[in-house]
Write a protein that binds this ligand. Sequence first.
Ligand SMILES: Cc1cc2nc3c(=O)[nH]c(=O)nc-3n(C[C@H](O)[C@H](O)[C@H](O)COP(=O)(O)O)c2cc1C
Length: 206
Amino acid sequence: MTAAAAMMLAACCNKQETATVDPADVVMQNILSRKSVRSYTGDTIPAAVMENLLKAAMAAPSGRDLRPWQMVVMTDKSLYETVFEGNFNMQKFMESGAVVILCADTTFTAPTREDPDGPAVTQVNHLWRDDMGAATENLLLAVEAYGLGACWTACYPYPDRMDPIKKALQLPPTVVPYAVVPIGYPATENQPKDKWDPSRVHYNRW
Ligand SMILES: Cc1cc2nc3c(=O)[nH]c(=O)nc-3n(C[C@H](O)[C@H](O)[C@H](O)COP(=O)(O)O)c2cc1C
């Protein structure tokens, strides 16, 4: 059973039947069935679904709970040639139902740790990349749960991918486009890779 099917089952069954679905199985199935999907039907994604995908992204952990994310949802394909100028992944964007640009505000404003009672000052968030990776993976897992497909495409740290986005969307100077994720209804059959490798696990010593 796919994670999407298990979730639908949990949603439509009565309480007694729902109890037979082990939440751990649903979550493990979701994580292990996630895969990059690179071809889509072009159908639009319902607004309510998109909101839940973004909710999942924003549920990610973040250092000091600073939540640096800012999400730009692109659906107007007439803008893509400008926003994603020269991007190798253009065909995926064009075929998708929506493209989410996960951006990060790399600064935050708060009193310093040295002087918690002092004035708010703007500081660099050294962990924004980590936070954004977590948010991106959360988004991909939610996409999988809805039976949709997506592909994480690199943006940061490549200037040739970031600059057209920054310019076209007029991002504030402290905001970095981190990842670009086309999302859509899969146009192809896609299988997850089995990446489990026990030799990568080290118990108590290398
Ligand atoms: C940081 C990062 C950048 C990536 N950039 C691209 C990209 O630009 N284009 C692309 O087609 N896939 C991209 N991918 C997807 C990887 O190729 C993919 O995750 C990998 O081959 C493993 O396959 P899977 O996602 O199906 O497990 C990227 C993935 C990550 C995590």
